[in-house]
Write a protein that binds this ligand. Structure first.
Ligand code: ZN
Length: 494
């Protein structure tokens, strides 16, 4: 049995009851990273959002085939150079070494965030044949034309004959003229809004394959059309990605699928929103940027200390995936408090017992909050609302633990339900892990470090700088970095 849920569809711009093509089964495609350097935090947020969507469907009883690609060819820079080829040139590696290196790094960071791997992770370069076949089909259907070894999608013809260009982005062709990126051979196109689905390779271009139109490489948008069709079929349930991919990438995917198969690829399009830093878009050139590693170690002037991966994941859950999420030190500190408070409540559950004989108001209140949390999750994956409902239960757990609520006031069945739903949501759906729990080896280390930092804090308060520095330097030698901030000192293993 599966449970119903509503999802916001970017295509219809409204929330809809989710109706899968095949009962009990979800086919989901999410655009993955272009692996030419480390994934940035905005990417991480997007993939964590889709991880929660993937997990939610599974929790609600669906079997999910989750396909997330690796872009390793065709994503060009403004000067026409392939991103992978540029990475290879700069790092003096083979293009496929670059691809492997940054794919490994991507997997590592996804594991750190406790994101589940997708069901299938296809690479664009392993699907050149499928992409060539798709170009052939689009040509055959009359929605593309060849010019000097390149093949272009005929946007005005497609728009006129099908009426489907702009379905997702709401853009019309006149709008597009301004925004079309000025790639090489722009003058070859019949119309500026047309886009390349196959590009002729210049002699210096190293990533190239033979095709019916000569040696070349696929356009960036084509890989997702070809690989989603191959693994999920011509029509599937969900296509997702960051909001920045809506146009042109996803709009062009729809055009290619229509152009080759005669139908739209996905019934529901889901888009995650942007990550901001101190209220502004992240930008390397303006210094307004932070990497996942900096966030974990605290090695950035923008934050007062390091935050654990699960605190960062918890922080991401505190905003809806369709809302922007603003990273500030304050918000991270609040997330850290919230995460610890939630985990402490969870950890104290085992020791609690209910002796109520009949349902009390407290029982009722708790059960309503738990039902509400699941209902929020089924309402377009509303994690902040679901978390808020769980936080309504926390004071009741703490009250029972602290003696303000008597065991006679709560039934054991209610506590069992709390354990079940809280455990399911926190770990299965939200994908959190218990960390710094105060037990086991890491718990002992935490306790020791707290003690040492307390001692150092006292030394500092007494202006005993030699002792404070001796402790810091000693820890440094042991591979532990101490960072002093406004909220006290924090530490990380270097
Ligand atoms: Zn894509």
């Amino acid at each position: 049995m599966t449970k119903d849920l509503t999802v916001y569809n970017s295509l219809t711009r409204e929330k809809q009851l989710f109706k899968p093509i095949h009962a009990g089964y979800v086919g989901m495609y999410v655009c993955g990273p272009t692996v030419y350097n480390d994934v940035h935090l905005g990417n991480c947020r997007s993939f964590v959002s889709f991880d929660i969507i993937f997990r939610t469907f599974q929790y609600l009883g669906y079997k999910v085939r989750y396909v997330r690609n690796i872009t390793d060819v065709g994503h060009l820079l403004d000067d026409g150079e392939d991103r992978i080829a540029k990475g290879a040139r700069l790092e003096q590696l083979e293009p496929m070494e670059i691809v492997q290196k940054y794919t490994n790094g991507f997997h590592d960071i996804m594991r750190v965030f406790n994101a589940l791997p997708p069901s299938i992770e296809p690479r664009a370069t392993q699907h050149i044949i499928e992409q060539i076949e798709m170009v052939k089909a689009i040509l055959k259907n009359g929605f593309a034309y060849e010019k000097n070894g390149s093949v272009y999608f005929d946007v005005p013809k497609f728009a006129k004959e099908t009426g489907h260009y702009g379905d997702l982005s709401g853009r019309v062709i006149d709008d597009l003229l301004q925004e079309t990126r000025d790639l090489k051979r722009q003058d070859e196109k019949n119309h500026p809004a047309d886009f390349a689905i196959w590009m002729k390779a210049d002699p210096e271009h190293i990533m190239r394959w033979p095709s019916p139109w000569g040696e070349g490489f696929p356009g960036w948008h084509l890989e997702c059309s070809a690989m989603s069709t191959k693994y999920l079929g011509k029509s599937f349930d969900i296509h997702g990605g960051g909001s920045d991919l809506k146009f042109p990438h996803h709009e062009n995917e729809i055009a290619q699928n229509f152009g080759s198969c005669g139908c739209a690829p996905a019934n529901y399009w889901l888009h995650g929103n942007m990550l901001l830093l101190n209220g502004r878009k992240m930008s390397k050139s303006e210094g307004n940027t932070i990497s996942p590693e900096q966030l974990f170690t605290g090695d950035s002037p923008l934050i007062s200390k390091g935050y654990t991966p699960m605190v960062v994941r918890f922080f991401m859950l505190m905003a809806h995936y369709r809302s922007t999420l603003d990273i500030t030190d304050e918000a991270l500190l609040a997330a850290e408090k919230g995460y610890k408070r939630m985990m402490e409540a969870w950890q104290s559950l085992d020791a609690l017992a209910g002796k109520g004989q009949t349902p009390s108001d407290i029982d009722q209140e708790i059960l309503t909050a738990l039902d509400g949390a699941i209902a929020d999750l089924c309402d377009d994956f509303n994690t902040p609302m679901a978390l808020a409902k769980l936080f309504e239960v926390v004071p009741r757990i703490n009250g029972l633990k602290g003696g303000q609520i008597k065991a006679e006031q709560i039934q054991q069945s209610t506590l069992d339900q709390v354990k079940q739903v809280m455990g399911d949501l926190l770990f299965t759906v939200f994908g959190l892990r218990e960390e710094e729990s105060g037990t086991g080896a890491s718990g002992t280390l935490d306790a020791l470090m707290n003690l040492i930092l307390d001692l150092r804090q006292s030394a500092r308060a007494n202006k005993d700088w030699p002792t404070a520095d001796k402790i810091r330097d000693g820890l440094n030698e042991a591979g532990i970095v101490v960072k002093d901030g406004a909220e006290g000192s924090s530490w990380t293993v270097s």
